[in-house]
Design a protein. Sequence first.
Length: 249
Amino acid sequence: MNKSANAVLLIDDEPQIRRFLRTGFEFAGFSVREAANAAEGLKSATLTPPDLIILDLGLPDLSGSEVLERIRSWSNVPIIILSIEAREEEKVRLLKAGADDYVVKPFGISELLARGDTVLRRYFEGSTKDAVVKAGALTVDLALKVVTRHGKRLRLTRKEYKLLQILSINLGLVVTHQQLLTEIWRQTPTQNVQYLRILVRKLRAKIEEDPNDPCILINESGVGYRLEPGSEDRPPRTAIVQSRSQTSV
């Protein structure tokens, strides 16, 4: 997998470990962010969600297992645990708690990169049938974060891409207004559906043949939006992706 557009967040209190990890991940094509403790890591993961998190269990301010639990309460981002603890029961406990993999220190960077590649591939393939989603003339590469229309790359704002990413992951399913508002405006929460309508209008201007008669980004009145797949991939029209609060705006 080409990882050139993927961002990894390193949460570890040991500077030498972070330097070691940064060197390896940057060489492999990742963009890298660092956090020296749990508070910094949680803040970074919330404000700018990464594609992959490397999480050390031995943090000074909060246990890594609690950081895992907090992140899993709102995100399914792939998380690889680092620890000196090699007991099988500890590994099983953390994997059941939501970790995607567990690496025992000391480890080689090649092993960690391979495991990162595996969990990313599993994440994208588990979200959709493929990391590349097609809707009409539109192609969304979720792994590379590249969007093209008729083969020409599109320039999208961060929020436009986030909207398209969520709909692509849930291809053919209706995603509620509430879930979209929660996911897209996580940094500055809003319940005003008008913000979402404006964003949809801007995105349609870039991805639709005729933005006034959309055939890709479809509105389900009073409920939410869906990305229209090819007929061979189309799920039942009654399927709806529910928001965390189970309410609609």
